[in-house]
Structures are given as structure tokens and as C-alpha cells.
Design a protein around this ligand. Structure first.
Ligand code: KG4
Ligand code: ZN
Length: 332
């Protein structure tokens, strides 16, 4: 039996998980509420919270799994991409544990781990599959050939789709992160405001234009009616969400056709979005896709996905030395 303690601290969630032969025994996630009042993640506060949370979160993960540190065969940790100061807390903690326990350290790429979250519990996608990875920092279409063999075939040229949700939400005065709030409000409104969709060739995305269109629309309408946002928030959210989901789905369809792959998965924080989830299912039914959508818990940042990625790296003997350093930007 291979038991792995996994640590995630790349952004504003401190998380620890215990993985046994690829199965999740525990997955503890501490959110950081402090950023909400600042309208975005404040890197310095994130690092401090990670430092406070990392030991109790790890202890809780061990306790919930009914495991002890001495049973661990390896420590897996996110090395990037993410906030440097935040990553440093997790990486330093993981290194000291690996050193103290005299067990191997496994470095994990956060974006690859979002994709490998699909192997946290069945049904598992079969290879090759396409994964639309959508988060606060990334928007990618990834061709996944194997657990550890992935290629980005399309990505955003500017903002990530999560950023488009969050920045538009800021314009609506919705606080941070606005994505989940927009999702809830959108379910009560009609998508009857037309925001322009970008014309980007190939499989790449662009979202900055939508955000600007939302800003101009709101500024224009607020000049006529000071309460415009308040009175129209549900249709504003529904229209924004519809536009963003359409942009994603169109490129996913193109990727499926171009690569002749009908195994389609979504991953990352924005894959928690109900509009995106139902659009993927509906499109899949029409086009004969086999679709894979992880449980909410495995969509947003969590250590279970780091542990699952660590497990496959363990099987492939991909261990790291204790002098690794985190990278804010990290290619596959
Ligand atoms: O993957 P994640 O937890 O962290 C990053 O690695 O970025 O993704 C966070 C992003 C945020 O932009 C947040 O607003 C968005 O995911 N998000 C959502 C929903 N839940 C989280 N966006 C739209 N609808 C949701 N239900
Ligand atoms: Zn993430």
C-alpha cells in the first residue's frame, strides 16, 4: 500500500489530504475569508494564513484518515504555478516533513493536478481525452494522453475565465470571489443582454473584451438609471455567464473535432459553474461525447488532486530532491 500526504498552498486555500493507493482517505480545505474585504487575493495575507493553517490542516487530514505520519511513503506538494509566498509555505513544510521522516518528496504541477482530480474517484476518463481546465488563473484545453503526458492545445491570450467572472462581479459590486455568486444569481435571471464574443482563431481564448464590454454596458446604463445594477443583477449575471460559457463551449467543440476525441472532461474552480456543467452535458448528448465532471470538492483548489498526481508520479518513480524551489509560473 502506498500512502501519500499531499499539501496544497498555491493560492488562498490551505489544504492537506491523505491518499492511499490513489484513493482519497481525507481532504481538508481551509478557506481564507480575509481576501473578500479587499476584492481579491492579497498575497501577503495568503502566506500568513497558510502559515497559521498548515499544521492544523495536516493534523486534521491525518486524523480523518485514521493515519499517522510514520505510515506515509511520500509527501506530495504543489510547486507551482501560483503565488510565490504562498507556495513557499507549502513547499518548505513538505520538504521538512520529507526530510524528518526520511521519505521521498514529490513535486506536483497545480494545473496537471486539476486534471488528475478526475482520478480521485470513478468513473475515470479513458485516454486520450480533452480537458478544459478553467480557474482563476488559467483557461486551457489540454490533450491528455496519459496520467503524466499532457499537452496544452489552446489557452487564453489575456484574462482567465475565472478572472472574467471575478472582475465583472467586481463591476457589479459582488465581492470576491464573485464566480459562485454570479452562478447563483444567474440561475434566477434571463440571459437577454448581448455581450460580444471574441473572434480568436484556433483553440485560444480571450476574455478581456467581455469584461470591458460589461464595464461599458454598466457605465452606460447607470448614467440613465442609478439603480440599474441593483434592478438588473440577475439578468446581468445570467447574460455574462451565458457569454463566458458559450466562448468555452465553442472552442471545446472545435478541439473535439480537430483532434477527433469525444472523451471530454472539465477541471478547475470554474468547472463548479452550473451553467458550464449543464452546457457540457447538453453538448455532449448532442455530439456523442463521453463527459467527465468532477465533484465540487475536487473542482476548486484541494490537496486530494495533488495527492492523486503524487501517486501517479510515485508509480513512475518521479521523485524530487530536497533542494527544489517553487515557481510562480510553471509550464507542464
Ligand atoms: O481553481 P481555483 O479554485 O483556484 C485557482 O487555481 O485559480 O479557481 C478559482 C476560480 C475563481 O475565479 C472563482 O470565482 C471561480 O473559480 N469559481 C467559479 C465558481 N466557483 C468558483 N466561477 C463560476 N461559477 C462558480 N460556481
Ligand atoms: Zn486551482
Amino acid at each position: 500500500m502506498i500512502k501519500i500526504l499531499a499539501i496544497e498552498s498555491s493560492c488562498d486555500e490551505t489544504s492537506a489530504a491523505i491518499i492511499s493507493d490513489g484513493r482519497v482517505l481525507s481532504n481538508i480545505i481551509a478557506n481564507q475569508d480575509i481576501h473578500a474585504e479587499y476584492g481579491g487575493v492579497v498575497p501577503e495575507f495568503a502566506s500568513r494564513s497558510h502559515q497559521e493553517n498548515i499544521v492544523p490542516v495536516t493534523e486534521m487530514a491525518l486524523k480523518k484518515a485514521g493515519s499517522e505520519l510514520k505510515e506515509m511513503n511520500a509527501i506530495a506538494v504543489t510547486v507551482g504555478p501560483g503565488l510565490m509566498g504562498a507556495l513557499l509555505v507549502g513547499v518548505s513544510f513538505a520538504k521538512s516533513l520529507a526530510y524528518g521522516l526520511n521519505i521521498p518528496l514529490i513535486e506536483v504541477n497545480h494545473m496537471q493536478a486539476h486534471i488528475l482530480a478526475h482520478f480521485a474517484e470513478p468513473p475515470f476518463p479513458s485516454f486520450p481525452f480533452l480537458c478544459l481546465t478553467v480557474s482563476g488563473g488559467h483557461t486551457q484545453i489540454v490533450l491528455v494522453r496519459d496520467h503524466l503526458n499532457m499537452q496544452i492545445i489552446g489557452q487564453t491570450l489575456d484574462d482567465a475565465v475565472g478572472e472574467a467572472f471575478d472582475k465583472s462581479g467586481k463591476i457589479f459590486g459582488l465581492g470576491y470571489p464573485a464566480g459562485p455568486v454570479i452562478d447563483k444569481l444567474a440561475q434566477k435571471g434571463e440571459a437577454n443582454i448581448k455581450f460580444p464574443q471574441p473572434q480568436i482563431p484556433g483553440l485560444d481564448f480571450s476574455f478581456s473584451g467581455v469584461k470591458t464590454a460589461v464595464l461599458y454596458h454598466v457605465q452606460n446604463e447607470v448614467r440613465k438609471d442609478a439603480d440599474y445594477i441593483k434592478n438588473n443583477i440577475e439578468r446581468l449575471c445570467a447574460s455574462l455567464q451565458y457569454t463566458l460559457v458559450q466562448i468555452l463551449i465553442k472552442k471545446l467543440i472545435k478541439a473535439s473535432v480537430d483532434h477527433n476525441i469525444k472523451q471530454i472532461a472539465i477541471a478547475g474552480g470554474v468547472s463548479a459553474n452550473s451553467g458550464l456543467r449543464s452546457a457540457i452535458i447538453e453538448t455532449g448528448l448532442k455530439l456523442g461525447w463521453q463527459t467527465y465532471i468532477p465533484r465540487f470538492e475536487y473542482c476548486t483548489d484541494n490537496a486530494a488532486m495533488i495527492g492523486v498526481a503524487g501517486y501517479y508520479k510515485f508509480l513512475a518513480n518521479q521523485f524530487s530532491s530536497l533542494d527544489i524551489t517553487p515557481s510562480a509560473r510553471l509550464p507542464f
